[in-house]
Design a protein around this ligand. Structure first.
Ligand SMILES: *Cc1c(COP(=O)(O)O)cnc(C)c1O
Length: 362
């Protein structure tokens, strides 16, 4: 192994994504010797006491950091948010009932598709008419649906709800890419779920935070693996949980708590977003791709007005140690993902590269 310290990459990857450096160090140590047990965390039974403690601590931190009501439950499952698209309708939609979705991007579109497998699914709002570059507002949500589903942050298109719709029916949300990035009022949601790899930890764990009182009323017969109530009753240990992914998520949440929780994360994320969007708006060769009021603090999407300049710009940011800002294929251009662990110094490096490039090419 080389001992030379390489400069840290400015990692703007959309997910899996940057995590705090101290988490990488703690996670490495746990693989070699977990808490002085002489065993690797990777070889320990999930029924052993130290792992039970990890699972419980991770579940407690989710609730504590988000300020969830006491009776809410947390489980960590595999399958990604994508499996959530399938599980959610099964747990909340009555056979013969209806559900409502807001379609604000590619992940929301997938959620709608899976909703349709379970029964009648209404799309009550959509921004597909403008390639999902805004958040629809002021739409009506029928009172006779079993639930309403939103995607709080649209990772690919770079939009984010700044206020949530008011509903009389249970509101369920895919919060994969902005969970723990800002305070939310958890009791507004009957269910919050998300893949860990966007802001909370490594790929492999999916978190479900829910009000158990709003579950189990559909009359559907479910496989125990698809039944959120079952997983909660078994303390997220119905089958072998993704232990290591949960452990690294727990470390990331401990880090988040140590810096001041989601309120401090929001402050930092706002500062990063203001710096980057301010630069995009000030430099005429760049252009943001989304409605200004709906801009995501997590994923900033922008283009060079003259796309012929892209190869030269790409060379410049790569040279500065920046990684992962090419846009998703469905949008093109650039996407800078600024999750909790991305330091503002990385955003300074990117904005300086943009300034320098604009000076040469403006
Ligand atoms: C990445 C992402 C998903 C898909 O997550 P997987 O864990 O890969 O299944 C779903 N929703 C949103 C908002 C995402 O950003």
């Amino acid at each position: 192994m080389s001992t030379a310290v390489k400069p840290k990459v400015h990692n703007y990857s959309a997910g899996p994504c940057i995590l705090p450096q101290q988490v990488f160090e703690q996670a490495s140590q746990a693989v070699l010797d977990f808490q002085g047990t002489g065993m690797s965390i990777l070889e320990m039974s999930h029924r052993s006491k130290p792992i039970e403690e990890v699972m419980n601590k991770a579940r407690d931190l989710v609730k504590e950091l988000l300020g969830a009501p006491d009776h809410y439950e947390v489980v960590f499952l595999g399958g990604g948010a994508s499996m959530g698209f399938h599980m959610v309708p099964l747990n909340y939609q009555k056979p013969g009932g209806k559900s409502a979705y807001a379609n604000t991007g590619e992940w929301a579109t997938r959620a709608v598709k899976e909703g349709r497998l379970a029964g009648e699914t209404l799309v009550v709002a959509s921004s597909e008419d403008k390639n999902f570059n805004y958040i629809p507002k002021g739409f009506a949500i029928p009172d006779d649906v079993d639930y309403f589903h939103i995607t709080t942050n649209n990772t690919i298109f770079g939009t984010q709800y700044k206020a949530f719709p008011k509903t009389k029916v249970p509101m369920l949300c895919d919060m994969s890419s902005d969970i723990f990035s800002r305070p939310v009022n958890v009791s507004d949601f009957a269910l919050i779920y998300g893949g860990a790899q966007k802001n909370m930890g490594p790929a492999g764990a999916t978190v479900y935070l829910f009000d158990p009182e709003k579950l189990g009323h559909t009359g559907r017969k479910l496989s125990p693996m698809m039944d959120l109530k079952n997983h909660a009753a078994k303390d997220s240990m119905y089958n072998t949980p993704p232990v290591y992914a949960v452990y690294v998520s727990m470390l990331t949440l401990e880090w988040l708590k140590s810096i001041g929780g989601v309120a401090e994360a929001e402050k930092r994320n706002q500062a990063k977003a203001e710096l980057l969007y301010g630069t995009i708006d000030r430099l005429p060769i760049f252009e943001g791709t989304t409605a200004v009021e709906d801009r995501s603090a997590m994923n900033a999407t922008f283009v060079l007005k003259d796309s012929a300049l892209e190869p030269a710009f790409d060379a410049l940011w790569k040279e500065a140690g920046i990684s992962g800002i090419r846009g998703h294929r469905s949008v093109g251009g650039y996407r800078a993902s600024m999750y909790n662990a991305l330091p503002i110094d990385s955003v300074k490096v990117l904005t300086e590269v943009m300034e320098e490039f604009a000076k040469k090419n403006g």
